[in-house]
Design a protein around this ligand. Structure first.
Ligand code: SF4
Ligand code: SF4
Length: 404
């Protein structure tokens, strides 16, 4: 685990501890702190220890000097945007470290910066094949274990808290928001497609998901060990990086289409093309958490007033103000509707029993799902790729000739 990965992990854990403490759940803070210290003690890994030594004082300083409203009243949109931006920054630093590592491999010198394993999160097909290998063959891939783990962690977020990964964590979603905001500065009009076109476009991401499933499910179990031991799999991440760094004409046209889509319609890429959005949308039906409207408090039924602030705030164009439960696969649990509602008791993210989960609670759930699994796996020795640098160095020299 690289230092950037360790620091992101420890900052997330310390923030969970702070949120628990500020919410009056001191036991939660103590448990998180003990788990973090325990992880350092078990691993005896200096980047993890240093990360804890940085994250813990930062958290204590925040506890002492941060304004009270930051601790207790932090707004939904501020918290969500802060989370998205910090995770995107972490990923940006990870990408720089990965590029330096890859350039050194290409130059034939032993990298002085390690490869951050979390980049394997960008290998969803490899992750799917690895998960299939675990389930059908009890075979645990040691080449890119982080691919299976990150895929499992993201799927877990879908089961627990709907598409909160899309709304609160995904850097592509954040980039799409910026692109859309930029377009709106120059072309003010909403350019959403009509409903008759919107639905088939939304189905595109499910078609892409089907294609990915076809590749993973279609690979015979007996072929999987050969694939996982093959040279292609050893440098699948480098192949992917090369694909992005040296795009052909068709790839460039696809990139342009994706950018245009994100600028044209808010969350256009997430809504129409992203296969992660598709699978999380499907899993979100199983999530016990839903946006629920309480008609006893909503201004419409309780006061007979006209109100549709929740609907107008929704970036996914979901009609919230006429529903009691939002079940849409497009709901990203972003809670913008909740933030926009003038009656705090009228709208919230809750269980069927009515038990509400605050935006801070949602973030804790999401961060735990995203980070607890990789940390546990790291401690169990199933995170870091076991492919030696010299093998990757040899293969990167002939990368164009390595096929599967
Ligand atoms: S319904 Fe609410 S939580 Fe869901 S996407 Fe719309 S604004 Fe976000
Ligand atoms: S914004 Fe709140 S009060 Fe207004 S319709 Fe939506 S749930 Fe009801």
């Amino acid at each position: 685990m690289s230092f950037i990965e360790s620091l992101t992990l420890m900052l997330a854990l310390m923030y969970i501890a702070s949120l628990s403490y500020w919410s009056g759940k001191k036991w939660g803070a103590v448990v998180t702190l003990l788990l973090s210290i325990g992880a350092v003690a078990i691993s005896l890994y200096w980047p993890l220890a240093l990360a804890l030594l940085i994250a813990l004082p930062l958290c204590l300083i925040a506890n002492k000097f941060a304004p009270e409203e930051f601790k207790t009243e932090i707004k939904i949109n501020t918290l969500r945007e802060g989370c998205q931006q910090l995770l995107a920054l972490s990923l940006f630093l990870v990408a720089i470290q990965y590029c330096i590592n890859a350039i050194q491999l290409k130059q034939g010198s032993t990298p002085w910066l390690m490869r951050p394993d979390v980049v394997d999160a960008f290998l969803p097909i490899a992750g799917g094949i690895e998960l299939k290998a675990i389930v059908t063959l009890n075979l645990w891939d040691q080449t890119h274990p982080a691919a299976a783990l990150m895929l499992a962690a993201v799927l877990l977020t879908g089961l627990l808290c709907k598409r909160a990964f899309c709304g609160w964590a995904c850097p592509l979603g954040l980039a799409g928001e910026y692109l859309y905001a930029l377009r709106k500065r120059f072309i003010k009009a909403e350019l959403a497609p009509p409903a008759w076109l919107d639905w088939p476009l939304r189905m595109l991401k499910y078609l892409l998901l089907l294609a990915l499933f076809y590749i993973v499910i279609g690979m015979p179990s007996e072929s999987i060990p050969y694939y996982l031991q093959g040279n292609y799999h050893k440098i699948a991440d480098l192949k992917m990086a090369l694909f992005f760094v040296t795009p052909g004409l068709i790839t460039l046209a696809c990139f342009a289409l994706i950018l245009a889509l994100a600028a044209w319609r808010r969350q256009g890429f997430c809504r129409y093309l992203c296969p992660y959005g598709a699978i999380l949308g499907l899993l979100s039906f199983a999530s016990p958490l839903k946006i629920r409207r309480n008609t006893q408090h909503c201004l419409i039924e309780a006061k007979g007033m006209k109100c549709d602030k929740c609907t107008r705030a929704c970036p996914a164009n979901i009609i919230v103000h006429t529903k009691t439960t939002v079940r849409s696969d497009e709901c990203q649990a972003c809670m913008r509707c909740v933030a926009a509602c003038p009656k705090s008791a009228a709208l919230g993210l809750s269980l069927k029993s009515g038990h509400r989960v605050s935006h801070k609670g949602l973030l804790v759930l999401l961060l735990l799902a995203l980070f607890a699994l990789p940390l546990t796996a790291y401690l169990a020795g199933f995170w870091h790729s076991q492919t030696p640098d010299n093998i990757r160095m040899e293969l990167i020299q002939v990368i164009d000739r390595v096929g599967h």
